[in-house]
Design a binder for this molecule. Structure first.
Ligand SMILES: CC(C)(COP(=O)(O)OP(=O)(O)OC[C@H]1O[C@@H](n2cnc3c(N)ncnc32)[C@H](O)[C@@H]1OP(=O)(O)O)[C@@H](O)C(=O)NCCC(=O)NCCS
Length: 182
């Protein structure tokens, strides 16, 4: 209708997902998820308590990281996804990690972001044969993300890794360069 703006369905609202580099100018958006205890719960880092630490993280760690991208909605960062490479005899594999601001959970956004990474990372890094992800056994949402993105659930590694001071059981997932994409 003339003069009225088109109505956006809730599906459209979360459809414009993209990945791009995270910059210091994104600090205010970064702090939204980085200060959230719910987001940090299954991650190795503790919630940030000040902006200075966030700026230093982006300037030092993110800038030097081999593959760290902001998950963006309408080009605004709402989370992050990263691939950490290994060297030597482990160079055939890399580890995937991700986290999203809690306001956007359950909208299919990380599933979309993981599929985007799976579609590009093996071309960007031709030496890579296996992308793996370790997920806490109680982190059901993250396990569903990987299954929906075509990763294979390989099994549970008991007491494999200490998180937040406690050893925990982890589910190992993997996607091979030769696996079908879904
Ligand atoms: C886990 C996380 C990445 C999921 O991202 P998300 O964008 O909300 O996931 P999606 O919307 O793509 O969900 C995929 C599926 O998992 C389900 N799901 C998401 N969170 C869930 C939860 N907490 N419990 C149960 N199911 C959940 C969704 O409903 C969806 O299933 P469906 O398609 O059958 O409805 C997000 O909750 C997060 O950032 N958590 C904190 C950080 C974290 O745990 N990172 C991963 C460390 S391994």
């Amino acid at each position: 209708m003339e003069g009225s703006s088109p109505v956006r369905s809730s599906k459209d609202e979360y459809s414009n997902v993209s990945l791009r580099r995270l910059d210091v100018s994104d600090i205010d958006d970064f702090m939204i998820w980085a200060t959230d205890e719910k987001v940090a719960r299954f991650c190795t880092w503790e919630p940030y308590t000040n902006k200075e630490d966030g700026i230093n993280f982006i300037k030092n760690t993110v800038a030097a990281h081999p593959w760290f991208r902001a998950i963006c909605l309408d080009n605004r960062p709402i989370g992050a996804i990263l691939v950490t490479s290994y060297s030597g005899n482990d160079r055939c594999r890399a580890e995937l990690g991700y986290h999203l601001a809690s306001k956007y959970w359950g909208k299919g956004i990380v599933t979309k972001a993981v599929k985007m990474v799976a579609d590009t990372i093996f071309e960007e890094w031709p030496h890579l044969e296996r992308l793996e992800a370790l997920v806490d056994v109680v982190n059901v949402g993250s396990q569903k993300v990987l299954e929906k993105a075509g990763f294979q659930r390989e099994g549970v590694l008991r007491k494999y890794f200490v998180l937040k001071g406690k050893s925990r059981d982890w589910v190992m997932f993997s996607l091979l360069s030769t696996d079908p994409r879904i």
